[in-house]
Design a binder for this molecule. Structure first.
Ligand code: PLP
Length: 375
């Protein structure tokens, strides 16, 4: 592939850290994990950062912390109908029910206007997802959460460094979750982070990710539901390097994203592209588009781009109605029109730091070539 989705690299800083861990024969949670947590929290201004084994586990740990806030098994968590599948799976894994709410086609994020109708007596939290690095409409969502006494969890797995009204995402709500998988802005092999500014929630999350042991207790003291969601020191070695290189990664990706958005301005009659609004800074996770008219053929565009060596992914699909995994919940096609439309008509591909400006010109040329054919 000329334009692969991601560009993971393991450089000298990570290698030195790996060597140190190997010299100590210590590959489990240790010095590198502590350093990664410190760097990550300082870099983005979070009071606490708790390293875990994946973005999925970050979501599971944050959701499980809700029991300490009074949630009961089987309670409901509001979550977007369209997102990467870990968002809904993590709610189920923590023992709750996902309550799917439709998204907006233009933002790819939860539609705040549809949240109220989904709230029941069992709703405990809203798990927002800043899809493709674009922050959700947090003022509206936080206002609903405050009025209905709901906790807000931010899945920021695709939104490292994004800001909303000058504040970095992750701690606009009570807890935030990040992923460090291959295509993300920080890479650690596998890995994730829970962030919070709340001392008590930080202690709960530290306990949940280590079998429910309370901090400083003896090894076999289990106070709450927990898992082994710990990150290891080998992964943290990579995460440290990625955090130190963050600004460079962010700026390179952002330049590609902004350039490609400008180069494709004339294609706006054909597709929705993400728009960065005044109040926000979008994190350049990837380049997404949603065809406006089904007749322009998302699958054909996907196949065309792949034939030109541009690695594509769809835009996840509507979890409750377009994926077999959630059939058991009994949702019917048509319940989530925006998510279903994006599921049929959306795709995304990489605009990562390993690409050159010629690569971005090449992608723009291929998009133009496709739309010229279908016009
Ligand atoms: C929105 C979202 N949540 C959760 C995850 C899960 O992260 P991981 O693959 O590290 O488990 C991802 C992964 O890409 C994601 O995009």
């Amino acid at each position: 592939m000329r334009i692969p989705f991601g560009n993971p690299k393991i450089g000298k800083v990570a290698r030195d850290r790996l060597e140190k861990a190997i010299a100590k024969s210590w590959a489990s949670e240790g010095e590198n994990v502590r350093e990664f947590e410190k760097l990550f929290s300082e870099k983005f201004g979070y009071k606490h950062a708790i390293a875990v084994s994946s973005g999925t586990d970050a979501d599971i740990v944050a959701n499980t912390a809700l029991y300490d806030l009074g949630a009961k098994r089987g309670d409901e968590i509001i979550t977007p109908a369209l997102a990467f599948v870990a968002t809904a799976n993590s709610i189920l894994a923590a023992g709750f029910m996902p309550k799917f709410v439709d998204i907006r086609v233009d933002t790819l994020n939860l539609d705040p206007a549809k949240i109220e109708a989904a709230i029941t007596g069992k709703t405990r939290a809203i798990q927002v997802v800043h899809t493709m690095g674009k922050p959700c409409d947090m003022d509206s969502i936080l206002a609903i959460a405050r009025a209905r006494k709901l906790t807000v969890i931010e899945d920021a797995c695709e939104a490292h460094g994004a800001t909303y009204k000058g504040r970095v995402v992750g701690t606009l709500g009570a807890m935030g979750a990040f992923s460090f998988f291959a295509a993300h802005l920080v890479y650690s092999g596998e890995g994730g982070m829970v962030v919070t500014n709340d001392d008590r929630l930080a202690e709960i999350c530290r306990s949940v990710k280590s079998h429910g042991r309370p901090a400083g207790s003896n090894y076999f003291d289990f106070q709450r539901m927990g898992y082994n969601s710990k990150m290891n020191d080998l992964e943290a070695a990579l995460g440290i390097e990625g955090t130190l290189a963050f600004d460079d990664t962010f700026n390179r990706r952002k330049a590609h994203l902004v350039t490609l958005l400008a180069l494709t301005k004339d294609l706006r009659p054909f597709a929705h592209f993400l728009v960065e609004e005044e109040h926000e800074k979008i994190s350049p996770h990837a380049f997404s588009l949603v065809l406006k008219d089904e007749k322009h053929g998302r699958d054909a565009l996907y196949a065309f781009l792949e034939s030109k060596e541009i690695q594509c992914k769809t835009l996840f699909g509507c979890l409750p109605t377009q994926h077999k995994a959630f059939e058991w919940m009994g949702h019917r096609s048509g319940e989530f029109p925006a998510a279903e439309f994006v599921g049929r008509n959306g795709l995304h591909f990489g605009v990562h730091q390993g690409l050159s400006s010629e690569d971005i010109d090449y992608v723009s040329d291929q998009l133009h070539a496709y739309f010229k054919r279908v016009k």
